[in-house]
Design a protein around this ligand. Structure first.
Ligand SMILES: Cc1cc2nc3c(=O)[nH]c(=O)nc-3n(C[C@H](O)[C@H](O)[C@H](O)COP(=O)(O)OP(=O)(O)OC[C@H]3O[C@@H](n4cnc5c(N)ncnc54)[C@H](O)[C@@H]3O)c2cc1C
Length: 428
């Protein structure tokens, strides 16, 4: 079921009621055409429009329709790939610079959210909890990694964790006080309004169907036949880009994950959770959740390469909540929805200039709310000022993700990791 063109989510139900934006009806010339009205496209467009460039955003459905308008709303530094493989790939200095950029992304999101409406910031801090005991050197290891990457992460003991999350499932945690949470759909709509205020065009119901090289620039043809001619084009369509650029689309694995929101829980909530920031567990396909609306739980979890919505999604999510907090026994679910994340096989974003004037900002996976803003900083600087900082992502190439075989291999790898998590947890 949809609400005004959005999936039936708690975010859509509490969305700011912006009127629909018009389809592109006539051909126009702009400096930059951005394909995709999610955070990746919106942040780049906003930065460029406010620098005085003429931008046009083309969105196939509604602004924030994709992952950006239906995610957990956690804004935190880092990337979908974990720190150790990033350091192993590029060394400590480059990894530190990438983490620094992701923190710039966090601050950019905070700035945009607070300027639009302070109520968009819904909570602060993020706990990453472990489901197995971490050993005596946990605090020292956490502080050491934080120092290497320049992050603010601090260790929490089992007692600290269980004082705010009343479950025997969790042991130690690392706490990131720089993280915060947003209403992601309203943030996407706020970005669109800022683009328009700066003179940018935002078109919904407008699919980019073809990309044509045209002299020193590009033409983007839309479903209605109307075209945008632009010196620069940015592809920011995530896992849904379609045929406009086959190589970029085929370099992504679409991975589904789910979110549910409970009924108001009143005083029962405090029997389970009193932490008002974000919480996720350290498993690869772990749970991620937070309190919204005062006394509801917004609970995300699971991953699968089958992107169809499971028929019994609410029951599935209820079971996940009860497996951590059995005291919430007959908890009711009022909303549940799926979302699709786009992953590269290396699990790092695709942020690059594919050809002169043709840019890609994509593959943020399950960690993209701040990272899309981080990528926007370097891509916008590349377009507006010829800055080369976007090259910090160059070690992670845009490569074919393997099609159906890649999906099957990924699913197999996730099952294997889930099995390992299960065995470790039973042992703990
Ligand atoms: C359920 C869920 C929970 C998540 N939770 C978190 C979280 O808590 N924190 C976090 O950091 N990350 C989270 N993520 C990841 C994060 O949401 C994404 O990484 C990020 O939103 C990606 O933004 P995007 O702009 O690249 O993609 P999208 O938001 O998917 O936007 C792409 C847009 O492009 C449009 N489009 C595609 N092709 C075309 C075309 N040819 N023409 C016109 N339009 C086109 C699509 O319709 C879509 O609206 C989550 C993701 C999901 C699905």
């Amino acid at each position: 079921m949809e609400q005004n063109g959005y999936p039936d989510s708690w975010y859509a139900a509490t969305r700011r009621d912006d009127p629909a934006r018009p389809e592109l009806a006539v051909s126009v010339k702009r400096d930059v055409c951005i394909v995709g009205g999610g955070f990746a496209g919106l942040h780049i467009s906003r930065l460029l429009a406010e620098r005085g460039l003429g931008v046009a955003v083309l969105e196939r459905r509604r602004i924030g329709w994709g992952a950006s308008g239906r995610n957990g709303g956690f804004v935190s530094p880092g990337y979908a790939q974990r720190a150790a493989p990033i350091i192993a790939r590029v060394g400590e200095t480059a990894a530190r610079a990438l983490y620094g950029l992701s923190r710039e992304g966090v601050e950019l999101v905070r700035e945009v959210a607070l300027a639009a409406d302070p109520a968009l910031v819904m909570g602060t801090g993020k706990l990453t909890v472990y489901r197995t005991k971490q050993g005596a050197d946990f605090a020292a290891r956490t502080r050491e990694m934080a120092a290497r990457l320049g992050t603010a992460t601090e260790p929490w003991s089992v007692e600290q964790v269980r004082a705010v999350a009343r479950t025997q499932r969790y042991f130690e945690a690392s706490h990131d006080p720089s993280a915060f949470q947003v209403h992601p759909l309203n943030l996407a709509l706020a970005l669109a309004r800022r683009i328009e205020r700066a003179g940018g065009l935002v078109h919904e119901g407008t699919e980019a169907v073809a990309l044509i090289a045209d002299g020193a620039g590009w033409r983007v043809r839309t479903g209605s036949g109307a075209e945008i001619s632009a010196r620069h084009v940015v592809l920011a369509g995530n896992a849904d880009l379609g045929g406009i650029h086959g190589a970029a689309a085929r370099a992504l694995l679409p991975v589904a994950t789910y979110v549910a929101v409970t009924e108001p829980l009143g005083s029962r909530l405090a029997q389970a959770l009193t932490w008002r920031g974000a919480l996720s567990d350290s498993r690869r396909a772990g749970d991620y959740y937070r309190i919204v609306d005062g006394d509801r739980l917004l609970w995300g979890g699971r991953i699968t390469t089958d992107t169809r919505e499971p028929p019994a999604l609410r029951d599935m999510m209820r079971r996940d909540i009860l497996s951590v907090y059995p005291q919430l026994e007959d908890v009711g679910i009022t909303h549940a929805w799926p979302g699709v994340m786009g992953y590269a096989t290396h699990m790092m974003p695709h942020v690059t200039c594919l050809k002169d004037g043709l840019w890609l900002s994509s593959a943020f996976g399950g960690h993209g709310v701040a990272q899309t803003a981080a990528a926007a900083i370097v891509v916008a600087a590349g377009i507006a000022a010829g800055d080369g900082r976007w090259r910090m992502f160059s070690p992670w190439a845009v490569r074919w993700a393997g099609g159906p075989v890649g999906r099957a291999a990924t699913q197999g790898a996730y099952w294997w990791m889930q099995a390992r998590d299960w065995i470790d947890e039973r042992a703990a």
